[in-house]
Design a binder for this molecule. Sequence first.
Ligand code: WT7
Length: 658
Amino acid sequence: MEPTDKGRGGELDVLLHTEQTFPPPKGFAERAIANDPSIYERANADPEAWWSSWAEKLEWAEPFSQVLDWSDPPRAKWFVGGKLNASVNCLDRHVAAGAGDRVAFHWEAENADDLGAEGRRGVTYAELLDMTQRFANVLRSVGVGKGDVVGIYLPMLPEAVAAMLGCARIGAIHNVVFGGFSAESVRERMEFSDAKLLVTADATLRRGEPIPMKPAVDGILTALPKVEHCVVVDRCGTKPAMTEGRDLFWHEALAEAEPVCEPEQMDSEDPLYILYTSGSTGKPKGILHTTGGYLTGVTATHRLVFDLKDDDVYWCGADIGWVTGHSYIVYGPLANGATSVIYEGAPNYPAEDRWWEIIERYGVSIFYTAPTAIRACMKWGDEHPEKHDLSSLRLLGSVGEPINPRAWLWYREVIGGGRCPIVDTWWQTETGAIMISPLPGLTTTKPGSATIPFPGIEAKILDSEGEEIEEGAGILVLTRPWPSMARDLYKESDRFIETYWDRYGRDTYLVGDAARRDEDGYFWIVGRIDDVINVSGHRLSTMEVESTLVSNPKVAEAAVIGIPDEMTGQAIVAFCIPQGSGEGLEGELREYVAEKIGKLARPKRIVICDDLPKTRSGKIMRRLLRDIAAGEHLGDVTTLRDPDVVQDVVRRFADQGD
Ligand code: WT7
């Protein structure tokens, strides 16, 4: 499934067929922070010393007495006895070192040209610290304290960063929900986590139009008695209704708040945040990250994988609502004192060169995005990047899904001008930080491979019996603890063990991906082994979409599968048995899912059928549905309760196709 691009197609084809590898460019390697290959041997010979050397770069209020306690796997304790505060490490210590005037974020509004000076804000470290402390004081003033959960449902604004760090300052646990999720998804995540306060905006700008957020949140707050307050950032001036005593405007509350807020010194193992992600059941999992280990992991990986130097302008195009935003917009870059870009809007608004215009404007030197976005840009055509001077770029990154070699080569040639190394970074919400990735000054890259584990990380491929496969495909596992590993599933400790640590033993982390290792020991991620679909780099569970569909009274039963898609990696296809007539139901159900979960979950196709292929015990055979969608030979269907159903579904799938 390779998208056809305009422009350099022919040239890329030549490269594709040579299976070329790319050693680090000489000049890059010489100047790289990690340029000594023995770093791998040293880290792997003594991982605790390695991680400890990174932890020591943080500011601790009390030093740790033990690097790792792994006496009761999988319950890891990192930097035992240490005390620190994440916001101090991200802000105060840089300001104290004289970097208060350094820009932390160049914020670019979607409608920057219409907003004048307000549309492009350079937020310095001192300003971010001020906002963070004031917000932390607002939280304290309404009774939020250490261990309380605060929901954050915001557009891509500097306020979102300050909200996260404000929580960290007082030891409250943030629970960010991607702004593209529906209010219903927010409700569920607030309820599961017993959130006490929710931060949102009046509206979010999408392609120039304000989409209401606060009015949608009003609808769920009545069902969330534990959420005592709602703080509203006025992004679009839409004047939402405010409930007296419950709702506060961000700007008003911060203006009145005290400017200084003493940080809560947290135990290294105290929770920093939870972030919900899809699992193989309908209920999202609240991944729990703690303070000292997480900060250590993101600091080390952000510094070395992105070769971050003082004069870099770094831009991670992810949303703050995903783990990529948490680790590589907020905590990693700020802990490292980076200057970053935050762009609020769509990559093709008002035109398809918006990203390249931003790179040129700010002189971005490191750019990190997802394959799905790269493929979209590739389809829009080379003329858009070619209009801009992208010579400031020196390093490119990819994350979220396997990148197909053709998109990799396009990224390298057209965006990177053939001179920038590409780091294809494999990791997960659960791992907190990058696990498998090139180090750009050391690793020879192969298009499509995430290459080798980061120093100190040990990855293996196992067969179903747990035997290691040195070369070949199997199940990917991580076999050593690492500082930024998830510590638990919030309020679901048993599920944490069952999901990740039961298959091969308590010290072997089951990733949930299949992968292949080649003759050079390079890892190639194949895809998920559970009922998780990866749409545009976003994780969705088939069960989540199914249970949403059957919550509609017009649907009797539903089965959801992922199919390969040339733009989004995978796309959702839902087979539905209607309750009553299925006439004209397809469009309605697509919108229903978009409304209930969020636009990212909108199925590409809904196939209405009279029945679904089921085993004699009544289980829907999704494997068969996947074969039907792929047009594969169906093989033996005699174990089905009613083999005739298959032919009907095949016909429906073909008839209702585009
Ligand atoms: C799943 C994790 C990591 C932040 C974004 C997604 C897939 C992630 C890669 C990559 C191939 C990748 C895996 C993984 N994935 N990065 N470079 N190459 N696949 O975080 O939502 O927790 O999803 O995304 O399947 O398990 P997430």
